[in-house]
Write a protein that binds this ligand. Structure first.
Ligand SMILES: [Zn+2]
Ligand SMILES: [Zn+2]
Length: 301
């Protein structure tokens, strides 16, 4: 099953040449989930040949502009392009008011239903679930209420061995994939283990932006497969990071290490850094399996 994320923006507060504010597109089993929507996100989707019409779920972490100033534009374009299927948005309670006032004064009556779920940023909760995954919030420590999100795949069915399955009626596939043995009318037994192999283990992706280094959210991300964590500054700017409630590259790597994650992606880079190699080097000095979450990169989760 496809489980991958494409980075649409890697910049913090202000954009710089070649770097956009934060947005990511998660694809799980061909369903598309947009995580944050900084200014220019719809342009980035076009640039990387990703169809905005396929997005059915949008998660907004907090109300700093670099995480949602692209949202009104994206929602308006979908309306102009004739969308009628619902859009589910999860975000801070005030986000709905902000959107409604923009639609009101542009006299826009959306052709499609906008289904809004207000996030409670005081405690980690499950906010979404379908057949493929669940989404829980991560309570971050920022200057305004801010939540990260952890996307956890559900345990999947066993996989049919094609050559073997071809020898039996399809009617038995469902039971065998569930791990059940089947008794045929003539008394013969079909054992699930003979016709299937173990399912791929469910994987998880945690998204943490923006936040101060704070152990209180570690329980939400421990042992996750891939962690995206903001790394706004180099560690020599620790005072500035603390002051603005952000994290350094070194701290992001420490968080990945102590929480036993398998892979770390860093992003949300300050515009003061024209190149990013030194941020990567700093993180890799503590946690080797780190990559830069930069525009256009797709990571298999
Ligand atoms: Zn930010
Ligand atoms: Zn912020």
């Amino acid at each position: 099953m496809k489980f991958e994320v494409t980075i649409l923006g890697s910049s913090s507060a202000t954009p710089v040449f070649n770097r956009n504010p934060t947005a990511q597109l998660l694809n799980c089993n061909e369903k598309c989930y947009l995580i944050d929507c900084g200014e220019g996100t719809q342009q980035q989707l076009i640039r990387f040949n990703l169809k905005s019409s396929r997005i059915d779920y949008i998660f907004i972490s907090h109300l700093h502009g670099d995480h949602y100033f692209g949202l009104i534009g994206l929602l308006s374009s979908l309306h102009l392009n004739g969308r009628i299927k619902p859009m589910q948005i999860f975000g801070p309670p005030q986000l709905l008011e902000i959107l409604e006032i923009q639609f009101k004064y542009s006299d826009t009556k959306l052709r499609y239903p906008l289904e809004f779920t207000a996030i409670d940023a005081s405690q980690s909760t499950k906010i979404f679930e379908n057949n493929d995954l669940t989404v829980r919030t991560i309570i971050l420590n920022h200057r305004i209420p801010c939540t990260g999100f952890i996307f956890e795949q559900k345990i999947r069915q066993r996989k049919l061995i094609k050559e073997k399955a071809a020898q039996i009626p399809m009617a038995y596939y469902t039971a065998l994939k569930k791990g059940m043995d089947v008794t045929l009318p003539d008394g013969e037994m079909l054992l699930s283990r003979d016709y299937t192999t173990d399912a791929d283990p469910p994987r998880s992706y945690a998204y943490c932006s923006d936040t101060l280094f704070d152990e209180s959210y570690f329980a939400s991300i421990i042992n996750c497969d891939t962690l995206y964590h903001e790394a706004t500054f180099m560690h020599d700017m620790l005072d500035r990071a603390n002051e603005t409630h952000h994290t350094t590259a070194l701290q992001a790597a420490e968080i990945a290490k102590v929480n036993h994650v398998k892979k770390l992606l860093i992003g949300h880079f300050s515009s003061r850094y024209k190149t990013l190699q030194m941020l990567l080097d700093e993180a890799q000095s503590v946690f080797e399996n780190t990559e830069l979450a930069i525009e256009g990169k797709t990571f298999q989760l």
